[in-house]
Structure formats: C-alpha cells, structure tokens
Design a protein around this ligand. Structure first.
Ligand code: ZN
Length: 121
C-alpha cells in the first residue's frame, strides 16, 4: 500500500471535481472544499500536486454573481482551501534542531481570483 500515492492522486484530481463536466455527479461541494483544504495544508509534495491539479480550475470561466451575492462555484471553494492551506506553510524558528510550522492568521477575504492574474505595468 502506498498512502502517499493515494494522497497525491487525490491532490491532483480533486480540483477537477469543481469543473462543469463534474457538476452532474452531485458530489457535496462542502466535502470537496473540506478535502481541498486538507490537501492544501498537506506536506510539500502533496501540496505541489494539489497546486498543479488546480490549474484547470483557475482557467475555467468565473461564474460569480456578485450582484446576487452568489460566490463562484468553481473558484471560491478552491480559493478558500488555498487560503486555509497558507496558514501552515511558514516554518517557525529553530527549536531543538527542527522547525515546526508557524501558523499564520487567516488572510483577509478576497474576491474570486481572476485568471489570468493582473499584470504589473
Ligand atoms: Zn470564479
């Protein structure tokens, strides 16, 4: 049994459940977001696979209906998971020869991320 391979496969594939072709599957969006949050906070190898798996979702058209207060069903759950995962990505000071994650406060909520990201000019 290769538990890291299963986690890596889940990390790579799970974000695709937020794309339109998976809508008919009827998978609970809260469960997808909970799993995405756990994957985003996983060790580096899993987190890297999760980031790669997110790419097709970021490229999908945004479906946020800001005027109705309806968040984007594609990007919002993933963005929430990414922000939650950032909380444990910084290492604290050296203590007894090792460094433990330094949990950061949650970031300020942001609107649905745009794709492609804005460019500096
Ligand atoms: Zn969106």
């Amino acid at each position: 049994m290769y538990p890291m391979a299963a986690s890596g496969s889940a990390a790579r594939a799970l974000p695709s459940l937020l794309l339109a072709p998976s809508d008919h599957l009827g998978i609970d969006r809260d469960r997808i977001e909970e799993t995405a949050t756990a994957l985003a906070a996983s060790p580096d190898g899993i987190r890297t696979l999760f980031a790669a798996g997110c790419a097709p979702v970021w490229e999908a058209p945004c479906e946020e209906e800001a005027d109705k207060g309806i968040p984007c069903p594609r990007h919002q759950p993933l963005w929430a998971a990414v922000q939650a995962g950032l909380g444990g990505c910084r290492l604290g000071p050296w203590l007894s020869g090792s460094r433990q994650p330094e949990v950061l406060p949650p970031p300020t909520p942001t609107p649905c991320p745009s794709y492609p990201p804005p460019t500096c000019s």
